[in-house]
Design a protein around this ligand. Structure first.
Ligand code: NAP
Ligand code: MG
Length: 488
């Protein structure tokens, strides 16, 4: 270690030996079929697509591409299973869901490594956040299965039938858990489609579901691209669609099911405001800014991608932030030292790079640490922009990458107006030593989740969801049961 302690040269003071997580304990087949009616089943067309490691572009496995005929089979199997599953007591259903939760815990190490291999996220995050939270969601909703009459007193909640669930690539197993656990707890059966670039942990979950002895057909997992998702959306026997993904596809789904009696919840994009007041604990706030925007390479719908710093502390916050960015470790997602892993796909990398160019062309001032990046794979440096204003596209549009847009403010009214000046409304963070200020802002900010002196904290017992173009409906908590029941 050198003697320098100035935070801006932090990186220079440390060096780390690589500490890669081993892969010898995981099993990945060379090819995966669809999980329909409790069995792995070849797709009718016989088509498979490749899933690659975004950190080195190596082929990991091939995954079946489901057509609408395969979706028909999956829906028929779920409809058949529904009769018995919905008639089981809540206590019996809960037993299966608890079993799935425990099996996820038992196989947590394997699931974490596969999540990082297939999606590019740092092993530290998949090991400590994604996989434990996925197990927790199953544990949490298993607990509700026999208590629905307490969740909805005097309302006699009934399941809906077969539900279609479509999830994105940023938290693959966790999003599957968010979707499947409440659906099963309430007595529905499921057809779920993971995202094309990250199907593997959903297929591992299929193995777990098989091992759990869950009755055949209660959960079906069909892999494929947007077309497979559309076949689920348009299927006449599906009673509810739960979708997490982009606002564009969310709008298409809304149009596609208009005029039908399908229920819908949409968890869409975001452009979260992270607000730092001058009375905040600045060092903690800087850590919070890092976590808010660089967690999971910024592939986070609720990321704090718009930073608002009170003018009196802006200079020191930005200095400290740059120093902290210099110390971030970018590289091998399987290395336990890694803070920032690979961008999920080449397509997403191009989108992010395009936004960085837009930021520069619109006159923003960029900062990126001077760090080495691996030669192969999809990589993007952590990036911040200053000298941007409300009208800049990088301030208004969701980038879904490690790119932060920084603005300043003087008064509380000004920051409320600026923070709410977005078509989205998913998340926000407020950093101050005054609890009263946090409560005041949480009433004024139009966002589904508002964190006080923290960011990106998730808990299965806490509802999550958006306003405006960030979607509607809640997942998590007691609220997360509601979209899966009807009242008679
Ligand atoms: P996306 O393109 O909307 O894809 C989401 C899912 O929908 C994927 O499984 C995708 O399949 C599928 N899909 C694509 N076209 C479809 C269609 N026409 N009909 C039915 N399904 C279709 O979004 P993404 O790029 O994967 O994910 C990033 C977006 O998700 C961001 O905007 C982010 O903010 C949002 N997100 C929101 C939340 C939240 O909770 N609010 C959480 C995570 C992500 P393929 O992958 O095979 O194309
Ligand atoms: Mg992949």
């Amino acid at each position: 270690m050198t003697k320098k302690t100035d935070s801006t040269v932090f990186k220079a003071s440390w060096s780390y030996d690589a500490a890669p997580e081993s892969t010898d304990h995981i099993q990945i087949k060379s090819q995966y079929d669809l999980f329909i009616d409790g069995e792995f089943t070849a797709p009718i067309n016989g088509d498979y697509f490749e899933t690659i490691n975004p950190a080195n572009h190596q082929l990991i496995s091939k995954v079946a591409e489901a057509t609408s005929k395969d979706v028909d089979k999956a829906v028929a199997s779920a409809a058949k299973a529904y009769k018995k599953w919905s008639a089981l007591s809540g206590k019996e259903r809960g037993k299966y869901i608890f079993r799935i939760a425990r099996l996820i815990q038992e196989r947590a190490r394997e699931l974490s490594v596969i999540e990082s291999l297939d999606g590019g996220k740092p092993i530290r995050e998949s090991r400590d956040i994604d996989i434990p939270l996925a197990a927790n969601h199953f544990f949490y909703y298993a607990g509700w299965a026999d208590k629905l009459s307490y969740a909805f007193p005097n309302r006699n909640p009934k399941p809906l039938g077969v539900v279609g669930q479509i999830i994105p690539w940023n938290f693959p197993l966790l999003m599957a858990a968010w979707k499947i656990a409440p659906a099963l707890a309430t007595g529905n059966t499921v057809v779920l489609k993971p995202a094309e670039t990250t199907s593997l942990t959903a297929l591992k979950l299929a193995e777990i579901i098989k091992d759990s002895g869950l009755p055949k057909g209660v959960v079906n997992i069909v892999t494929g691209a947007g077309k497979t998702g559309a076949a689920i959306v348009e299927h006449p026997d599906i009673k509810k669609i739960a979708f997490t993904g982009s606002t564009g596809v969310g709008k298409y789904i809304q149009k596609a099911i208009a005029g039908t009696d399908k229920k819908l919840t949409l968890e869409l994009g975001g452009k979260g405001a992270n607000i730092i007041f001058e009375d905040a604990a600045i060092d903690q706030a800087v850590e919070g800014i890092i976590n808010a925007i660089f967690f999971n390479q910024g592939h986070v719908c609720c990321a704090g991608s718009r930073l608002f710093v009170q003018e009196s502390v802006a200079k020191s916050v930005i200095e400290k932030l740059k120093g902290r960015m210099n110390s971030l470790m970018i590289g091998d997602p399987l290395d336990k030292n890694t803070d920032i892993g690979a961008i999920n796909s080449e397509k997403q990398l191009k989108i992010i790079e395009n936004y960085i160019n837009i930021g520069l062309n619109e006159g923003g001032e960029i900062y990126q640490p001077d760090c080495d990046m691996p030669k192969k794979g999809n990589w993007c440096k952590p990036t911040l922009f200053i000298n941007v204003s409300q009208s800049h596209r990088i301030v208004q549009e969701e980038i879904f990458g490690p790119v932060l847009a920084i603005q300043t403010f003087r008064t509380i009214d000004e920051v409320i107006e600026k923070a709410n000046n977005t078509p989205y409304g998913l998340s926000a963070g407020v950093w101050t030593e005054k609890g009263s200020k946090i409560f005041y802002l949480s009433q004024k900010l139009k966002a589904g989740v508002i964190w006080g002196n923290t960011f990106n904290k998730f808990d299965p017992a806490s509802p999550f969801g958006g306003y405006k173009e960030s979607g509607f409906g809640r997942e998590g908590g007691l609220h997360g049961l509601k979209p899966y029941v009807k009242f008679e």
